[in-house]
Design a protein around this ligand. Structure first.
Ligand code: AHG
Ligand code: MN
Ligand code: MN
Length: 344
């Protein structure tokens, strides 16, 4: 083999692109009236994600180092990773002064900002560790978040009302995937942008600017083990999607079982991810505020769509913090087909 075939790229170091922070600052400079609050909040979320990512990457090791009695070598209790992730985000964000209240999949009630810290104008809601069942098998997991402006008057503590806002009022949303590399993907409504962590430097660098989901894909992603618990409409859609038609081949099935990972693949390569309602979960399994709405916001910003089967996800008015919703999300044409075939 000649040596040029072994070349792995140009000789010498390549320059790094924009960091997440630089990207945010550039946008903030363009937006009139920006106070820097928003970039400050993102810095805290990004920091939390690096801490979580670092722990996730040595989760197996932590179990080996931790004693069986759930106490690690420092004498501290070994936390479940999703509890750790939740605490990490709360601790990083609460002292920044950018939020008035938070909401987390791991916590029953809205999370207040402790009185010793200032409150800000934003509301942060998150799924600290999505797909946490994947930790033990070393597969991808993630963090999902959304940011709203507070809607109650005043500048004191935020309330449940500030948390119960529809997805269309999100000002920014995103996710972090802890995978073969760690990525931070976010949108403020004008495009979706992906950043890849260089672990040696500890920074996210712009790697996927203006992500565009294909108009149609060739992959469906759903827990087909639930087939016999689905409505005839949902069964009809899955039967149809995996059967070759005159104008297309059968769709391929991909299902990781962690929504962030399944959604990330769908965003990059097109297709559809779904968690339909079933006889056990009448409203599906996924949470509107922590999972469906933030990813719907990112998906729409990338040109895709998200529906609960009849409504646009972003138009659903939440009435409960932990409310669930059926979800069909991904390429616009694939979501439209799913909704159409299910309706019959
Ligand atoms: P979480 O780990 O935050 O509870 O979320 C798990 C969710 C989601 O990530 C995934 O798409 C779905 O559960 C998988 O559910 P099934 O195991 O029922 O397919
Ligand atoms: Mn989740
Ligand atoms: Mn979770």
């Amino acid at each position: 083999m000649r040596s040029e075939h072994l070349s792995i790229g140009p000789a010498g170091p390549t320059f790094y692109g924009q960091t997440l922070e630089q990207h945010l600052l550039e946008r903030q400079r363009r937006a009139s009236g920006a106070t820097g609050d928003f970039t400050g909040l993102f810095q805290q979320i990004s920091l939390a994600s690096k801490i979580i990512g670092s722990q996730v990457s040595k989760a197996g090791l932590a179990n080996i180092l931790g004693l069986t009695g759930q106490v690690n070598v420092q004498g501290e209790e070994v936390q479940k990773l999703d509890v750790f992730a939740n605490e990490t985000i709360v601790r990083c964000v609460q002292q920044g002064g950018h939020v008035c209240v938070m909401g987390s999949e791991e916590v029953e009630e809205p999370i207040p900002v402790p009185p010793q810290y200032p409150t800000g104008k934003y509301v942060l809601q998150f799924d600290p560790l999505d797909g946490s069942g994947n930790i033990d098998i070393n597969a991808s997991i993630g963090t999902i978040f959304s940011v709203h402006r507070r809607r109650t008057a005043g500048s004191g503590p935020g309330t449940l009302e500030d948390c119960l806002q529809p997805g269309r009022d999100i000002v920014a949303a995103g996710y972090v995937i802890y995978g073969s590399s760690n990525m931070f993907v976010y949108s403020t409504g004008d495009g979706a942008h992906g950043f890849t962590l260089d672990p040696a430097i500890g920074e996210y660098f712009l790697s996927h600017e203006n992500l565009k989901i294909p108009e149609r894909g060739r992959t469906y992603s759903v827990n087909e083990g639930n087939y016999h618990k689905w409505s005839p409409g949902v069964q009809r859609w899955v039967d149809w999607v995996k059967t070759p038609q005159t104008d297309r081949a059968a769709y391929k099935l991909r299902y990781i079982g962690a929504m962030v990972a399944d959604f990330h693949r769908t965003l990059l390569t097109g297709g559809i991810f779904a968690y339909p309602p079933d006889t056990k979960n009448a409203q599906g399994k996924l949470r509107l505020l922590y999972e469906a709405a933030p990813l719907a916001f990112v998906c729409e910003a990338a040109g895709g769509a998200a529906s609960d089967g009849s409504r646009r996800i972003l138009d659903i008015e939440p009435t409960q913090l932990h409310q669930r919703t059926p979800l069909y999300i991904g390429s616009r044409a694939d979501v439209e087909d799913a909704v159409g075939v299910i309706a019959g």
